[in-house]
Design a protein around this ligand. Structure first.
Ligand SMILES: [Zn+2]
Length: 288
């Protein structure tokens, strides 16, 4: 694990999200869990070596930030927003999250195969939230405050976890640091507003959902990536391009690599980012 501050640890080198934990005098608070089974088990052991795990917080419902909760059963209270709870490992038209988690194991975690549960076994107790909230929530652990700030946009149940005593914020995928941004399930207008909320926090470090630990200086870049996507697809719609034409012509693959282990998803990301924005920007016309 990478030590970010005296008490904050993360890893940005695994396939999946950047799972993290914060050490306090009264135990450990985990923020997002490793998707890969053996990495989840190892991070739990490491966290527990520094004190009992008090809380496991999820910043959003995407599979790579929540699947590892299964390996933290019995380790502290799971906390997340109602929007995470409602979408927790629910299959959608685009993705079966359980299959997606399973598909990474042979290539990225062969040692984890023996730990990987059968589907029925998993869904019997995936370790969803016990403490579920609707707006913001403050947790106090060992004299430290963890502000869970609702920052919807990338997902509806998105939170930023702001730890003033460490001058750190964990944003989940509100920030993709120097890697491709996935925006297919997103509301980009809300997402831009979420970046403003993060910008106003008094922090030295931003722990993103993907990519290297960064600072608030990266936030305008993330905003630009979002606005470039919207602008490019808005122009496509204005020019009368079809959905297929838009997908084939609007592409930001050259801007950043995909995060670790998912390079093969590049075309999928470009296609679904363009398609989902085209659908949203033409939806009003469909309704009239
Ligand atoms: Zn995400």
């Amino acid at each position: 694990m990478q030590q970010v501050t005296e008490n904050v640890f993360t890893t940005t080198k695994l396939r999946g999200c950047n799972p993290s934990y914060v050490v306090t005098s009264a135990g450990v608070v985990v923020v997002d869990t490793p998707q890969l089974p053996s990495k989840a088990v190892r991070m739990r052991e490491e966290a527990e070596s520094r004190g009992p795990i008090r809380y496991v917080i999820n910043t959003e419902h995407h599979v790579d930030l929540i699947f590892g909760n299964y390996f933290f059963r019995g380790a502290g209270t799971v906390v997340h927003h109602q929007g995470v709870y409602e979408n927790f490992m629910v299959p959608t038209a685009d993705l079966d999250p359980f299959d997606y988690a399973a598909e990474a194991v042979p290539t990225d975690d062969p040692d984890g195969a023996a730990l990987f549960p059968a589907r029925d076994e998993y869904y019997a107790n995936p370790n969803k939230g016990e403490l579920v909230f609707n707006s913001d929530l403050d947790l106090r652990v060992g004299g430290r405050t963890f502000h869970l700030i609702h920052t919807p946009g990338h997902t509806p149940g998105q939170v930023a976890v702001y730890v003033p005593s460490e001058r750190v914020v964990f944003t989940g995928d509100t920030v993709f640091s120097e890697c491709q941004t996935w925006l297919m399930t997103s509301d980009v207008n809300q997402w831009v507003a979420a970046l403003d909320i993060v910008r106003d926090l008094d922090v030295d470090f931003v722990v993103p959902g993907h990519g290297p630990v960064t600072t608030k200086k990266y936030l305008p870049t993330q905003r630009a990536v979002l606005l470039e996507w919207v602008s490019a697809v808005a122009n496509a719609v204005a020019l009368g391009w079809s959905r297929e034409e838009t997908i084939s012509r609007v592409n930001f693959a050259a801007r950043y690599p995909v995060d670790i282990g998912q390079g093969y998803m590049m075309d999928h990301i470009q296609t679904l980012n363009a398609a989902s924005l085209w659908d949203k920007l033409t939806a009003a016309g469909d309704r009239t």
